[in-house]
Design a protein around this ligand. Structure first.
Ligand code: 8YV
Length: 328
């Protein structure tokens, strides 16, 4: 009998995918830093039983419907806005993601980005390295306090809650907005639910952690930034497209908000000439929310376990499309 065929869309460490190599015919795109071209993805999907994919792969209806063999797509991310879930479900394909294992790591980065933006850490570090630190002055690189301020978290899922936990350690008042109430965050962290508008008006730090959906697409628009305090700091560790980047730029340039810490962008990698990157009050990171070695290995391991489960006819640990039915 032929071994199932698994295609991995990026070069991953051999030790991370060893469990797959033992059981299956594994083919891996040989580049770590180059996304698999569309034509190769289509060719591979056609014959694959399983795909291990990244956020940078567009797994749309065309890819999904080109395959008569595909049984599982394991995405190396908690988000899955790169995959047409509806098309996969219609084809009986399981879609899996990597929640939980990245929660604390992503919350750490989100809070670090908040701190770095408020306290101007990147500017300050560059200042020292550039040899510009010639004397002391009372307001040299003075930023803003984080402790005892109000944080407004938009998207109180697992990562949002983990950020709230960190905010509690900084004695912050915690507001949140979410599709549904998060009773645990309210009871254990004293988080207060409020409307999107109220959160924008009251928060010193507005932190976006909501998934990208039709409903959240560009929810941070011109009007949203106008509602924020002029001293507000905006942090986005979710998805770029939740924000109207032109509106954000205008808000930063015209002093409608004070600063922004961004780990995600509409276009990734962002064009180095992008106007947002020219602003001193923007801290920009290359989408590294879950990028610790430990967590990335745990995410890879979970992807492998999910693929093996489905190919063995079992229910995977972290299934996205709950309506998926595995016809054995
Ligand atoms: C990705 C992310 O894991 O998990 C997500 O949804 O945005 C990141 O943590 C990373 O971009 C690798 O795909």
């Amino acid at each position: 009998m032929n071994q199932p065929y698994v295609f991995i869309t990026r070069k991953l460490p051999e030790e991370a995918i060893a469990p797959l190599r033992e059981k299956y015919n594994v083919h891996m795109w040989p580049h770590e830093d180059i996304a698999v071209p569309r034509d190769v993805l289509l060719e591979e999907a056609k014959k694959a039983d399983a795909l291990l994919t990244m956020l940078s792969d567009r797994i749309d209806r065309e890819v999904i419907e080109s395959s008569e063999t595909l049984k599982v797509i394991a995405n190396l991310a908690v988000g899955f806005d790169n995959i047409d879930i509806q098309a996969a479900t219609e084809k009986g394909i399981a879609v899996c993601n990597t929640p939980d294992v990245l929660t604390d790591t992503t919350a750490d980065l989100t809070f670090a980005l908040l701190l770095a933006t408020a306290r101007r850490l990147i500017e300050a570090a560059e200042f020292v390295k550039a040899g510009e630190w010639k004397s002391w002055s009372p307001l040299l690189l003075a930023g803003h306090d984080v402790h005892h301020k109000t944080i407004g978290i938009v998207g109180m899922g697992k990562i949002g809650q983990a950020v709230a936990k960190r905010a509690k350690g900084f004695d912050m008042e915690i507001l949140y907005h979410n599709r549904s109430r998060n009773v645990e965050a309210e009871q254990t962290l004293g988080a207060v639910y409020c409307s999107f508008e109220e959160l924008l008006k009251r928060s010193d730090f507005v932190v976006c952690l909501t998934p990208l959906t039709k409903e959240t697409y560009r929810m941070f628009d011109r009007e949203a930034f106008r509602m924020m305090k002029k001293s507000a700091i905006f942090v986005n560790a979710a998805r770029g497209a939740v924000v109207d980047e032109e509106a954000l730029y205008e808000a930063l340039v015209h002093g409608e908000i004070a600063a922004a810490g961004l780990d995600v962008f509409v276009q990734e990698p962002i064009d180095p000439t992008h106007p947002l990157l020219k602003l001193k009050n923007v801290v920009a990171l290359p989408h590294i929310g879950s990028a610790s070695t430990e967590t990335r290995l745990a995410m890879m391991d979970l992807c492998c376990r999910n693929i093996m489960a489905v190919l063995q006819g079992e229910h995977p640990e972290t299934l996205v499309n709950e309506e998926w039915k595995w016809s054995r």
